[in-house]
Write a protein that binds this ligand. Sequence first.
Ligand code: NAI
Ligand code: 15L
Length: 264
Amino acid sequence: MKRLLITGAGGGLGRMLRQRLGHMAEVLRLSDIAPMAPAALGEEVVTCDLADGAAVRDLVAGCDGIVHLGGISVEREFDLIEAANLRGVYNLYEAARAHGHPRILFASSNHVVGYHPQTARLGPDCPLRPDSLYGVSKAYGEAMAHLYHDKFGQETAIVRIGSCTPAPADWRMLSTWLSEDDFVALIEAVFRAPHLGCPVIWGASDNDAGWWENTAGHLGWRPKDNSAAHAAHVHRTVPRPEADASVARYQGGVFTDEPIHGAW
Ligand code: NAI
Ligand code: 15L
């Protein structure tokens, strides 16, 4: 494709993908509200607040695909989440509608189902049980994707990312881990597919201890990594959580312990 936009390009996953998605487009347009490294050859760097509708409209112009990572990525007070994850998502979908519906990969999160117990095995149509205002905002983003697909045919891969890190860092991540390689391969599959629609995809590697089924097989995505290769190291170096601790009971782990920040 000619131009692939990555929002949230200054964040953890954005910086990693900046290094690894250059082959997918003639130009990577990298956007964030935070500072980013200057543009290299084949890159455009655009500072943009997702809450600013006019700016987002300009940002999306000329883009053939969007990896939407930008926004608040943990639990915070409602006002912050509202600006980036609610208004920001609305702005992105309106901008996409104005500019010919570039395909979107929406970085949703396991925290839309965080209150499901770790004993549950979930498919894509399971009831949402968000564990935080953050999780609720991702559920809103998923609903926005479905609305714009049903109303306008806008294609989105809704990717419920587990924990995308170089290696699983704790016991829970043995279930939620998404390797960086598997994430890159998923992004390639999403933008390569002749037809996408608006599928819900669990963003997790092929973990023996996983909770979620692979719902992107039809896109040709078969995750190759398995947290089992790291299990011995985690078991040796990270204390096992108590069985009644939230991190051992709920899929969303410690997010279920979060208060409503800035509550009345
Ligand atoms: P991050 O917090 O490192 O990056 C998010 C970026 O969004 C930041 O650079 C931030 O400056 C930017 N941002 C925040 N508000 C903004 C606004 N109003 N306008 C423009 N940019 C804004 O998060 P990370 O880990 O890189 O995650 C990327 C995305 O993937 C997030 O949407 C997150 O919710 C989602 N995700 C990540 C997971 C992970 O394992 N890292 C797991 C599940 C979901
Ligand atoms: C997320 O949604 C967060 O953005 C990330 O920072 C991790 O906390 C991840 O989920 C997780 O559940 O491990």
